[in-house]
Design a protein around this ligand. Structure first.
Ligand code: C5P
Length: 298
């Protein structure tokens, strides 16, 4: 017997970052939108905990207990006095170290899958609590759709979305470490007065209306200067997408994946073709959002 869960990637349509807190984390106003790139996590009873991974980026995925999927299984098992003896297989389609919450998706997916496999019947509240323990973006991977994340991003308020947004994502030639990007943010803002992060009401209105032009006018990412400082070539990818008619161009989360909001599905295909031809990225994907959160598929 095994259980498979499908979990979406995310893009941050707003990422407002405050000053570093005493614990090193940053308070955020983080507007997440789940998009239709998915990892699939399958758990099967085994003699001991083991993680395998398949997909184009599989070689970059840690298979030890630092993998968030393994940690999710361990945390749930510990809470129930069980042995986390499962084989976790990740079918990986979300870029690794890309700023699209791929690792978080695997954590949320493994948690939901183990809960179903073991019949532990954790409440939604407990699942969200474990997700928050695993990482700041993990609760959103469970929930999907669109949400405002505050605190370090783990306190979620579900947002209404009135339509489908079409996106193109350009995968970069290498990854970026999230802590390194936050450290660069700290370096770039040293001595400056960093305002409290607040959500943008025009942005929330644009999401609720399903209006891509209004959303394009409101997107922002405070981590973008830090990501560009560590990975300057991303500016060429952003420029190529802008020249191809994207309504908005931005770095996804801590990067280095770049995100391009298109007017409609047809325009997304044109932007994707231009980005592929530009030679400024490793690969290109078109998709849309919002996408559903972690879902048991079999
Ligand atoms: O929560 P998570 O483990 O995903 O965070 C990874 C790293 O990103 C943290 O160790 C921290 O350096 C940085 N981070 C932060 N503020 C947040 C979220 C993450 O500084 N709100």
């Amino acid at each position: 017997m095994s259980v498979t869960v499908r979990v979406p990637a995310k893009v941050n349509v707003q990422l407002a970052v405050g000053a570093a807190r005493p614990d090193g984390f940053h308070d955020l106003a983080n507007v997440f939108l789940a998009v239709g790139l998915y990892d699939e996590v399958t758990v099967t009873p085994a003699d001991e905990l083991r993680v395998t991974c398949a997909g184009p980026d599989a070689g970059q995925v840690p298979l030890d207990r630092t993998n968030l999927a393994a940690r999710a299984a361990i945390v749930l098992a510990e809470r129930r006095g069980l042995d986390a003896a499962v084989h976790i297989h990740i079918n990986k389609d979300i870029p690794v170290a890309g700023g699209m919450a791929g690792g978080s998706a695997d954590g949320a997916g493994a948690l939901l899958a183990c809960d179903a496999l073991w019949g532990t019947q954790a409440s939604r509240e407990e699942l969200l609590d474990i997700c928050a323990e695993l990482g700041s973006d993990v609760p959103f991977s469970l929930v999907g759709g669109a949400a405002l994340g505050t605190g370090r991003g783990e306190k979620l308020r579900t947002l209404e979305v009135g339509g489908t947004f079409h996106w193109v994502f350009a995968m970069a030639s290498r990854g970026l470490s999230t802590p390194a990007v936050f450290r660069e943010f700290d370096r770039l803002t040293e001595g400056l007065d960093v305002p409290e992060p607040v959500e943008s009401q025009p942005l929330l209105d644009a999401l609720a209306k399903g209006d891509p032009e209004a959303l394009a006018a409101a997107v922002s990412n405070d981590l973008q200067p830090a990501a560009l400082s560590l990975f300057p070539e991303l500016a060429d990818t952003l420029a190529a997408g802008r020249a191809a008619g994207a309504l908005a161009t931005l770095v996804s989360g801590s990067g280095p994946t770049t995100a391009f909001l298109a007017r409609d599905a047809e325009s997304a295909v044109k932007v994707a073709e231009a980005l592929s031809a530009s030679g400024t990225c490793r690969s290109v994907r078109t998709t849309s959002g919002p996408a559903p959160g972690a879902t048991v598929t079999s």
